[in-house]
Design a protein around this ligand. Structure first.
Ligand SMILES: NC(=O)c1ccc[n+]([C@@H]2O[C@H](COP(=O)([O-])OP(=O)(O)OC[C@H]3O[C@@H](n4cnc5c(N)ncnc54)[C@H](O)[C@@H]3O)[C@@H](O)[C@H]2O)c1
Length: 383
C-alpha cells in the first residue's frame, strides 16, 4: 500500500517504529536533528534485530534487508519527499509538533497522511496548522513498538474515514492490532484508563487507606496484572505518567493527580531511571521491587479500580470507542489479563457504583458515578 514512509524523531519511539516498519517490508526514512542521534538509533535497531536472529525469529538475510530499507537524514524535506505516510515522534511538546506539521503541510502532497505518535496532545490542534486536517491522525504505538501488539488510531475533529481506513490497513500489515479512538479526548482510550487507575492507587496511599506494598500486592497477585501499579509507574517513568496525567487533568479533569505523585515528580524521583521513585533501585537493569504476596488482601480491588471503570464508562457513553475495542485496548496496551469491563462485570456494577458514591461523598465530584453505570444499576444490569 505505502511505498515509502517517513518517521520524524529517532528517539525511544521513533527508532522502534522505524524498525517495525522496515521489518515489515517498507522503505523508511528516519529523520532527527543530528547525525549522531541517527547513528545511535541505527545501532539500537541493529542490536534489536540481532536479538531476533539469535532467538531464531529472523534470518540473517532478513536482518540485512530490513537495515537496508532504513535511510537516515537530518533534512526534513528529504525525509518526507514522496512519502505517503509520515509518523511524527518528536518530544511531547505542542508548539514543536505544530511547527513540524506546518512544515510537513507545505512539503507533502495532498494525499500524504500525517500521523502523530503523541500520547496526550490534541490531534485537532496539531491538525489546525495544516491545510489538510482530514489527513491528520494519531497513530499511537506503545513502548517498545516492536513488541507491543496494539496501535491506537486517534481521530481529530476533522480526520476523514478514508484516512482511518488507510491507517487501519497499514497497521494490519505490521501484524499489529488496532483500536480506533473516535474522538479526540484527553488521554485517548488507554492512557485515560491507566491514569485513572494509577492516580487512584496513589490517592489511596496518600489518604492512608493502604500502603504502596499492599496496593501493589493486591493488583499483582489478586487482579493478576503483570506489575504492581507503583512498580509500573517506576518502570514507565513517573515524569512520563505525570505529564500524561497533567494533560488530562488540565483539559477536562478526567483524572486528578495525587499529591503523592506530584511529590515524586517535583523531587525528580522518576522511578527506575533515577534510582528512586516509589521504590528504590541500585542500578541493576533486571531489578524488581519485592512485593510480598501475603499483603494481597489488605485492600479491596474495587476500591483501586472503580475510577478506571468509571473512565471506561465515560468513554463508552461518549461513543469514543466500541465496547469490544475497549477491553482489547487494556489487554493489549496494558497487558491486563482480562478487559476492564469484564473485571467490572465480575465485581458487580452495583458494587462499583457503591464504591464510587462512597468516595464521592468523602472526596468530591471527581468520583460521581458515570450516568451509564447508574443506568445499568437502575436496569438491573449488574454484571
Ligand atoms: N516513550 C514512550 O513510552 C512513549 C509511548 C507512546 C508515545 N510516546 C510519544 O512519542 C513521542 C516521542 O516520544 P519519545 O519517548 O520517543 O521521545 P524521545 O525524546 O526519546 O525522542 C524524540 C526524538 O525527537 C528528536 N527531535 C526533536 N526535535 C526534532 C525535530 N525538529 N525534527 C526531528 N527530530 C526531532 C529528538 O532529537 C529525539 O531523538 C512523544 O509524543 C511521546 O508522547 C512516547
Amino acid at each position: 500500500m505505502f511505498e515509502k514512509i517517513a518517521v520524524i524523531g529517532a528517539g525511544t519511539m521513533g527508532h522502534g517504529i522505524a524498525e517495525i516498519v522496515a521489518l515489515k517490508g517498507y522503505v523508511v526514512f528516519m529523520c532527527d536533528v543530528s547525525e549522531e542521534i541517527l547513528q545511535g538509533a541505527i545501532k539500537k535497531i541493529e542490536w534489536s534485530l540481532r536479538k531476533m536472529v539469535e532467538k531464531g525469529k529472523l534470518s540473517h538475510d532478513d536482518l540485512t534487508s530490513a537495515l537496508n530499507r532504513i535511510k537516515t537524514t537530518t533534512n526534513l524535506a528529504e525525509a518526507v519527499k514522496d512519502s505517503e505516510l509520515i509518523i511524527e515522534a518528536v518530544p511531547e511538546n505542542l508548539e514543536l509538533k505544530k511547527e513540524i506539521f506546518s512544515k510537513l503541510d507545505k512539503m507533502t502532497c495532498a494525499e500524504t497522511i500525517l500521523g502523530t505518535n503523541t500520547s496526550s496532545l490534541p490531534i485537532s490542534e496539531i491538525a489546525s496548522v495544516t491545510s489538510k486536517p482530514d489527513k491528520v491522525v494519531g497513530i499511537h504505538f506503545f513502548n517498545p513498538p516492536v513488541l507491543m501488539p496494539l496501535v491506537e488510531i486517534v481521530c481529530g475533529d476533522k480526520t476523514s474515514s478514508q484516512t482511518v481506513d488507510r491507517v487501519l490497513t497499514f497497521v494490519k500489515t505490521l501484524d499489529k492490532q488496532a483500536i480506533v479512538c473516535k474522538k479526540d479526548v484527553p488521554g485517548f482510550v488507554v492512557n485515560r484508563i491507566l491514569e485513572a487507575l494509577i492516580q487512584e492507587a496513589a490517592w489511596i496511599v496518600y489518604r492512608g487507606e493502604a500502603s504502596i506494598l499492599e496496593v501493589d500486592s493486591a493488583v499483582k497477585y489478586r487482579a493478576k496484572l503483570p506489575m504492581g501499579l507503583f512498580e509500573l509507574s517506576d518502570y514507565v517513568g513517573i515524569d512520563v505518567l505525570y505529564s500524561a496525567g497533567k494533560a488530562i487533568q488540565d483539559r477536562d479533569k478526567g483524572v486528578i493527580i495525587s499529591p503523592l505523585f506530584e511529590e515524586c515528580y517535583k523531587n525528580g524521583w522518576y522511578g527506575k531511571k533515577s534510582g528512586k521513585g516509589f521504590y528504590t533501585y541500585t542500578g541493576d537493569f533486571w531489578e524488581k521491587p519485592k512485593i510480598p504476596p501475603e499483603l494481597a488482601d489488605k485492600v479491596r480491588l474495587e476500591e483501586i479500580f472503580a475510577p478506571a471503570v468509571n473512565a471506561a464508562a465515560w468513554l463508552l457513553r461518549n461513543k469514543v470507542v466500541e465496547k469490544e475495542e475497549l477491553d482489547k485496548a487494556v489487554m493489549l496496551g496494558l497487558n491486563f489479563p482480562e478487559g476492564i469491563l469484564q473485571m467490572a462485570d465480575k465485581w458487580g456494577i452495583d458494587v462499583i457504583v457503591q464504591v464510587l458514591r462512597s468516595k464521592q461523598s468523602r472526596y468530591g465530584e471527581y468520583y460521581r458515578p458515570d450516568p451509564l453505570l447508574e443506568e445499568m444499576v437502575a436496569n438491573n444490569r449488574l454484571g
